[in-house]
Write a protein that binds this ligand. Structure first.
Ligand SMILES: Nc1ncnc2c1ncn2[C@@H]1O[C@H](COP(=O)(O)OP(=O)(O)OP(=O)(O)O)[C@@H](O)[C@H]1O
Length: 252
């Protein structure tokens, strides 16, 4: 079943066509990866899906609904979560506190009931804590639960950011260069987390990634962008053997 579809998506920045007529679909349960040289428009596509940017043309469908003009603050509640290329966590807060932020989109209690700490608030708070503990267990973060983000190694911060996205209970998770800044061993671990997110949690993954080893390991299908346009589309094997892709990467 199609979970997400981009139809003829485009955006201009001044005279630059950062994304130009891009069409693709993401099937439920797959890991779909976007690759391409620097400046190809990969992060811009994430920003379009997160609704940080308004598209100039085209349409985006998610779970059968048109999300092209949905306000950005509604995106997480609809089931789309993301991580960022340069980790965006609260540095002076603990892992637990950062993960609880991920529950924000599920807050249903009113300010009044919270001020009075009514039973409904206590119940909701407990449910949030339970979900966060589930994610802590899933990502093996028990040891770091109360650590401040600023005191953690980069590799652990990347996992915490992944955790925060998982705490929103997404249907689709957008991972922006999950291996960037990681060493070989940490990249291998990231590859296992992505597989587990897909297989054990049943969450569909959309990823932007440069590390072709990781791309081949976890992706079901790959879209290659160049100068904002679609260059190739297929299995990791198919796109890696595509002469157009080889030419773009080698600058020929
Ligand atoms: N907010 C913006 N204002 C102006 N131009 C932008 C903006 N965001 C992106 N661009 C331009 O759009 C193009 C695509 O950028 P984008 O960041 O999406 O590329 P990318 O494929 O993610 O690159 P990288 O691999 O380096 O992260 C580039 O030419 C970039 O300079």
């Amino acid at each position: 079943m199609t979970l997400f579809a981009a139809e003829n998506l485009a955006i201009n920045f001044g005279g630059v066509k950062a994304v130009d007529g891009v069409t693709f679909d993401i099937q439920e349960g797959e890991c779909f990866t976007i690759i391409g040289p620097n400046g190809a428009g990969k992060t811009t596509i994430f920003n379009l899906i997160s609704r940080i940017y308004d598209s100039t043309e085209g349409r985006m469908m998610f779970c059968g609904e048109d999300i092209t003009t949905v306000p950005p603050h509604e995106i997480a509640g609809r089931g789309i979560a993301r991580t960022f290329q340069n980790i965006e966590l609260f540095e002076h807060a603990s892992v637990l506190q950062n993960l609880l932020v991920g529950r924000h989109c599920h807050k249903t209690t009113s300010l009044w009931s919270e001020a009075l700490f009514l039973p409904s608030v206590r119940k909701a708070e407990l449910a949030h804590r339970e979900k966060v503990e589930e994610v802590i267990d899933f990502l093996d973060l028990q040891h770091y639960r109360d650590s401040m983000i600023m005191n953690l190694p980069y590799g652990v911060r990347k996992v915490v950011e992944l955790g925060r996205a998982l705490c929103t209970e997404p249907k689709l998770i957008l991972l922006d260069e999950p291996s960037s800044g990681l060493n070989v061993e940490e990249t291998q671990d990231m590859s296992f987390w992505i597989e587990d997110i897909k297989k054990d949690l049943g969450i569909t993954v959309l990823m932007v990634e440069h590390d072709m080893g990781l791309v081949s390991e976890v992706s079901d299908r790959v879209l290659v962008l160049n100068y904002g346009r679609m260059l190739s589309y297929g299995t990791p094997q198919e796109v890696q053997n595509d002469p157009e892709v080889i030419k773009a990467y080698l600058g020929g």
